[in-house]
Ligand binder design. Structure first.
Ligand code: SF4
Ligand code: SF4
Length: 277
C-alpha cells in the first residue's frame, strides 16, 4: 500500500530514539562518564539506539585500511646500522603516478663526487592538493611511502603549514607497524625481511664478501690426523654465521647460488687464461 515504507521508516527512527534513552537508563548514565573508558561500550555491538561521539574528546577508531595524507618511512632509531635512514630512494615513481601532481622530490647528491645518491634531499607534498588516492603508496617499489591515519591536519595558515616537507613527512617504520600491523606483516613477507630491501641486500653482500675473504686453511691435514684432530672451534661458525650486524640469516639457497656463481667465475677465469696462453 502506498505510504507503508514511509511509516516503517518513521517507526525505525522512533525505535532508535526510544532505545537511546532505554540504554541510558540501563547503564545508569555511566556510558557518558569520562573518567572510565565507556567509549568502547557505547560503540559496541550490544549498544542500541543513537549514540553521539563526543569529538574531539572521543574519536572513532579508523580501520587499518583507512588512508589519509602519505608519510615517508625512515628506519627506526634503534636500528643498529641504518637508524633514521630514509627508505625512499628518490626514484620519482610516486611523483609520476600522483594524479594531481602534488609530490615534489629533489634527489640527493654526494657532496664529494657530486654523483646522485639514492635518497631524497627534499620531499614535499602539498596536502591541499593531495586527494588521498593512495597511488603513491601502491606504486612505490621500496615500501617507502605509506598512507597515514592522522586526519587532524587543519591549521590557520595553509600557505606554510599545508606543504609538508621531508622532516614533517618522515615517520619511523615502527609507527607504520603500529597503525597497520597486518599490511606491514604482508609487506615484510613479500620483501623477505622487516628491513628495507637495500639493508637486506647489503647484509647479504657483507656475508658473501666475508666468506670469500675468509683465510683458507694452509694445508689439508693428513687423513689419519684429520680423524684424530677435533675441528677448530672458530672454523665452523665462520662459514655459516651471518657476519654483518643486523643481517638476515644467510639461507641455504643463497649459499648454494653464491657457490655456483663462484664456480662459474672460476671456470671463466680458467678459460680466459687458456686462451691468453
Ligand atoms: S617514495 Fe617510493 S616511489 Fe616515491 S620516490 Fe621514494 S622510493 Fe620512489
Ligand atoms: S595519495 Fe594520491 S594524490 Fe596524494 S600524494 Fe599520493 S598519489 Fe598523490
Amino acid at each position: 500500500m502506498y505510504g507503508t515504507g514511509l511509516a516503517k521508516g518513521l517507526m525505525l527512527t522512533l525505535r532508535h530514539f526510544v532505545e537511546s534513552y532505554v540504554d541510558d537508563i540501563r547503564y545508569g548514565f555511566r556510558k557518558y562518564h569520562h573518567s572510565t573508558d565507556n567509549f568502547a561500550i557505547r560503540q559496541g555491538t550490544k549498544t542500541k539506539g543513537v549514540i553521539t561521539v563526543q569529538y574531539p574528546d572521543e574519536k572513532v577508531a579508523v580501520p587499518e585500511r583507512f588512508r589519509f595524507i602519505p608519510f615517508l618511512i625512515v628506519e627506526d632509531e634503534d636500528h643498529p646500522t641504518r637508524s633514521g635512514k630514509d627508505w625512499c630512494t628518490s626514484c620519482g615513481i610516486c611523483a609520476k603516478v600522483c594524479p594531481p601532481q602534488c609530490i615534489w622530490i629533489v634527489r640527493g647528491n654526494d657532496p664529494v663526487s657530486g654523483r646522485p645518491v639514492p635518497e631524497p634531499e627534499a620531499f614535499f607534498i602539498d596536502i591541499d592538493i593531495c586527494m588521498n588516492c593512495g597511488y603513491c603508496a601502491e606504486y612505490c617499489p621500496f615500501d617507502a611511502i605509506k598512507m597515514d591515519h592522522d586526519y587532524e591536519l587543519a591549521s590557520y595558515d595553509r600557505t606554510t603549514h599545508h606543504i609538508h616537507d621531508k622532516e614533517r613527512l618522515s615517520k619511523p617504520n615502527s609507527y607504520w607497524r603500529s597503525i597497520a600491523p597486518t599490511r606491514a606483516y604482508e609487506e615484510m613477507l613479500a620483501r623477505g625481511a622487516w628491513e628495507h630491501k637495500d639493508a637486506a641486500k647489503e647484509a647479504r653482500r657483507g656475508a658473501a664478501s666475508a666468506r670469500t675473504s675468509a683465510p683458507k686453511p694452509a694445508a689439508q691435514p693428513a687423513p689419519a690426523q684429520q680423524t684424530a684432530d677435533k675441528p677448530s672451534p672458530e672454523a665452523a661458525p665462520a662459514a655459516t654465521a651471518p657476519t654483518a650486524e643486523g643481517a638476515a640469516p644467510w639461507t641455504e639457497d643463497e649459499a648454494k647460488r653464491e657457490e655456483r656463481r663462484r664456480k662459474a667465475l672460476g671456470r671463466k677465469a680458467r678459460r680466459a687464461a687458456k686462451r691468453g696462453g
